[in-house]
Write a protein that binds this ligand. Sequence first.
Ligand SMILES: Cc1ncc(COP(=O)(O)O)c(C=O)c1O
Length: 400
Amino acid sequence: MINETYRTMLGKKSVIRELSELATRMAAEADPRHPLEILDYSLGNPSVPVPPQVNERAVWHLTQGEPAKVHGYSPTLGIPEVKEKLAASLARRFGIPYTAADIFPTSGAAGALAHAFRLVTQPGDEILTFAPYFPEYGPYILPTGCTLTVVPADTKAFQIDFEALEAALNPRVQAVLINTPNNPSGAVYSEETLQTLAALLERREREFGHDIWLISDEPYREIVFDGKTQPYPAAYWPRTLTCYSFSKSLSMPGDRIGYVAVNPECGCSAELVAMCGQISRGIGHNCPTALMQLVAADCCDLTSDLSVYETNMNLLYDCLTGLGLEVVRPGGTFYMMPRAPEADANAFSRKALRHRLVLVPCDTFALPGYFRIAYCTDTEKVKRSLAAFRELMREEYGVQ
Ligand SMILES: Cc1ncc(COP(=O)(O)O)c(C=O)c1O
């Protein structure tokens, strides 16, 4: 019999993908004598190129590397020298004594999260996360048999509403899932937020008599503005599973490469990484490509030129706040999440389309009334879009 769970999911397609497809259709259907520029802010697909070393190292491995290593099956737990390089880089940067035994290479952050959830939960357990959150967490968690509970947002700063978290933490919670820098708000959790979170987890562990794991989803770790850096969550909590991806920092989401790093201070890291190999068998993950493991390890201390995202953010932030919109200034990523000028962000998004702007309503991010702008696009296009934002606010909302 055809599986009903997945069949039901067909009716709940990603709003982001649907809007992006609509934007492509609008451009294709325009009169070719008057091409229509669609100002598509829907998808989080990096717009800056990979650093040249990514392609150089890929070519090197393909032409000079050992064919059995580049094209053969990777060892179940990942290529040892890759794991060593990734661990050394993390240890150097964040002062945690990671070794190869703490690292499990995965297909992007999605692959990393798939392993992390299964490592520390059983079906029926609860995983907590915070609004607003990346809507794919729903389908990621569904097949684990766990429930995803969403803690209401701190809409002032998009840090954590600790009162709401206190109320939500109950003995069924085995893991707390954070994402900083955050998609969709662009917020960067402060040191104070991470310290307060750790203190609360410690208290609740004692009370509940079991471990509470922190699953830290960090694909935007390197995209932080104003010369700052993201405080490293695992440095605040020993039972942290760090889920990383090179999709955004090296602009290579199609290459599907990332990792789980288990904080060695948890005391059972080697066992957890070994268990990842078993989870992998069960979900058909079976290692990212050997080539991409090798390339990522060679380039793990590099990033693409990420400065364009900060330039774009400043242009949009100044324009939108100047138009009277309420926006928490993003500390990083390539997203921002203003409050819509009317209660229904879906209605706002439809009005924006009349002005060629593709903006994603945040209902599926668990924050109705807000919309997301993914500004991973060319700066000239961002500049051209500012007139469209002004026109939208003037013609639809009477803002002069
Ligand atoms: C918050 C968040 N987590 C996870 C992912 C998945 O990352 P990847 O494509 O590297 O699997 C994304 C992708 O956009 C994301 O924004």
